[in-house]
Design a protein around this ligand. Structure first.
Ligand code: PLP
Length: 394
């Protein structure tokens, strides 16, 4: 079985890590992998997480199985973060814990296949490369809708809506809740509203991927899109991740939240998701979710988390401003969009050759798509990176 196998293509992210490790320059800059780095270039464990881990170590009575749904406190805290404690969206939703945002998306994909067989999934172009891979793995047909204008850094909203007009009642629309990966270009309130109108007309389902909550403009600001959907649509689903906003990457903390027209409908949809999870991973990993549940349930730790999250967010937005301002000094392209976009990423239209030159000559490492992780910039490297990007051109 194995002897006949070809050499598979190197996973682009793993390939990037190898190139980075092989770069011996003291000036090397990692703008590739989607991880937040502080101003010293480190990706530390958050203080609130350390405190919760100490608490867990001292107090956890048992490691017995919980259930396929995972940690009930974590699930309730997730719904409260999404819709606000005691809100209508909170009441009409149920959450199932999953291994990371990836696990939540895979669960959603399997669930959609069962509930809406033959339906297509409409994904933005471009999107996180794992989206098409996950949905295809579950046998979905995909349609790419235009999303990003590389010249202006804006959403190609009219073209997007024209393509989405072809959605049918069995189809599903994938939206990024905030901090679009890889472009940083988000929908504004009027655009969310127009999408809600269109979806109501077509009867298509909506799946929101919210992997960067709190890293754009703030916790409630970044939830504005899904809160608008909760007011306007009877049903939708949300895949969340605590990989970035709690810096819990390797602990695999995510969730799938189903919103129904009524609480009864949400409970039923949740019940249909449970057997799917049972066949995928049976029970989700507990450690990270137990940490998040404790941090969000403890007033002091929660304040600490919100402070640490604000530090990450503010640093990202400061770096956006710095990159945009420095690039503005080179040539006549308007780079103001970098400062207006949100989240860790932007796309400037750097070609694969430009990416290669940045790596070889400037020790600046990007994914071959030209995605720039702004969270890898800091006071010590931002000007040099901007000058290198300008030198390479597009
Ligand atoms: N969705 C998007 C858009 C992402 O960028 C990521 C991670 O980079 C994820 C989901 C999944 O994150 P994880 O599975 O690590 O929680």
């Amino acid at each position: 079985m194995f002897a006949e196998l070809d050499e598979p293509p190197l996973d682009p992210i793993l390939g990037l890590a190898q190139l980075l490790a092989g770069d011996t320059s003291p000036d090397k800059v990692d703008l590739g992998i989607g991880i937040y780095h502080d101003d010293q270039g480190r990706a530390p464990v958050l203080d609130c997480v350390k405190a919760a881990e100490r608490w867990l170590l001292e107090t956890q009575p048992s490691k017995r199985y919980l259930s396929s749904s995972g940690n009930a406190d974590y699930n309730a805290a997730t719904r409260a973060l999404l819709f606000g404690d005691g809100s209508d969206g909170f009441a009409r939703s149920r959450t199932i814990q999953a291994p990371g945002g990836t696990g939540a998306l895979r669960l959603a994909s399997d669930l959609l296949r069962r509930l809406s067989p033959g339906g297509r999934i409409f994904i933005p172009g471009p999107t996180w490369p794992n989206h098409p891979a996950i949905f295809k793995a579950t046998g979905h047909e995909l349609v790419v809708y235009p999303y990003y204008d590389i010249e202006t850094g804006k959403v190609r909203f009219d073209e997007m809506m024209a393509t989405l007009g072809a959605m049918g009642a069995k189809d599903t629309l994938l939206l990024h809740g905030c901090c679009h990966n890889p472009t940083g270009a988000d929908l504004d309130a009027a655009q969310w509203s127009a999408i809600a109108d269109l979806v109501s007309k077509t009867g298509a389902a909506v799946m929101v991927d919210l992997a960067y909550l709190g890293l754009g403009d703030g916790l409630s600001e970044d939830a504005a899109g899904i809160r608008l959907l909760a007011e306007r649509l009877p049903e939708f689903i949300v895949a969340t991740s605590c990989s970035k906003n709690f810096a819990l990457y390797r602990e695999r903390v995510g969730a799938l939240t189903v919103v129904g027209a009524s609480e009864t409908n949400a409970v039923r949809a949740h019940a249909h998701a449970l057997p799917v999870a049972r066949t995928l991973w049976s029970m989700p990993p507990d450690h990270g979710a137990a940490i998040v549940a404790h941090v969000l349930g403890d007033a002091e730790l929660r304040r600490g988390w919100e402070r640490e999250l604000a530090t990450m967010r503010d640093r990202i937005n400061t770096m956006r401003n710095r990159l945009s301002a420095r690039l503005a000094g080179h040539g006549d392209r308007d780079y103001g969009f970098i400062a207006r976009q949100r989240g860790m990423f932007t796309m400037l239209g750097i070609s694969p050759e430009g990416v290669e030159t940045l790596r070889r000559e400037h020790h600046v490492h990007l994914t071959s798509s030209g995605r720039v992780n702004v969270a890898g910039l800091n006071e010590g490297n931002v000007d040099r990176v901007a000058d290198a990007i300008a030198a390479v051109g597009n």
